[in-house]
Design a binder for this molecule. Sequence first.
Ligand SMILES: Nc1ncnc2c1ncn2[C@@H]1O[C@H](COP(=O)(O)OP(=O)(O)O)[C@@H](O)[C@H]1O
Ligand SMILES: [Mg+2]
Length: 246
Amino acid sequence: MTLLEADHVGFAYRGGKPVLEDVSLAVEPGRNVALVGESGAGKTTLLRLLLGLARPTSGVVKFDGQPLTRGRLRDYRRAAQAVFQDPYSSLDPRHTVGRIVAEPLRGLGLGADPARIADALDAVGLPADAASRYPHEFSGGQRQRIAIARAVVCHPRLLLADEPVSALDLTTRVRIVDLLSSLNVERNLTILLVSHDLGVVASLCQQTAVLERGRLVEQGDTASVLGAPSHPYTRKLLASVPRLPG
Ligand SMILES: Nc1ncnc2c1ncn2[C@@H]1O[C@H](COP(=O)(O)OP(=O)(O)O)[C@@H](O)[C@H]1O
Ligand SMILES: [Mg+2]
């Protein structure tokens, strides 16, 4: 059974040229999917459509095999949460961490149960007393943990993460990827990850899809897509990765 699916999806911003054309992508439960492609390829736009934040111009987004209609958005909000690139702008500086983490609970009318907030903070490796502090008291990596706690507080099945580690230094990046990997296993969380970092992609995602100027040019097992890319664009992406010694 497919958890989330883009079925021949196209999209154009108002008055603009198509940004996505005939994109079909399926996310199976437990199999993390990486979406890679150059800046401007349409990765964030596709994520917004998959989150139900915008509607496709053509084609359909499906959740649990059924079209994501307005009426199903509420259930979907509980099942799918997002993490964005910039942990500085995505957290409201006027609110305590506890209030920020509780946002999805309030949005779903579930009430901001302190035990659930403490559980979410614990899941991302933050102490329970973080709840009474403010975002500016935390480092970039810790802020991204706060954003991830907010995303998992309602026990979603899907996490859509748009370049969640791009703004972080290398050591922090590794820790956040380890965290996502453990949430994937321990919380049965399937991850759709947009990343420029093919090392991150290889360590976290079983499937990889390559987007080039609004079209999916290659998708399949990460090992085959990155190991033996069949499309020239994928080879170009791989060639632009700095080689590590050894
Ligand atoms: N709000 C918007 N209005 C108009 N065009 C946009 C908007 N957001 C993105 N675009 C355009 O859509 C294309 C894809 O952008 P985006 O989805 O952000 O790509 P990526 O995340 O892969 O860098 C780009 O050409 C970009 O300029
Ligand atoms: Mg983007």
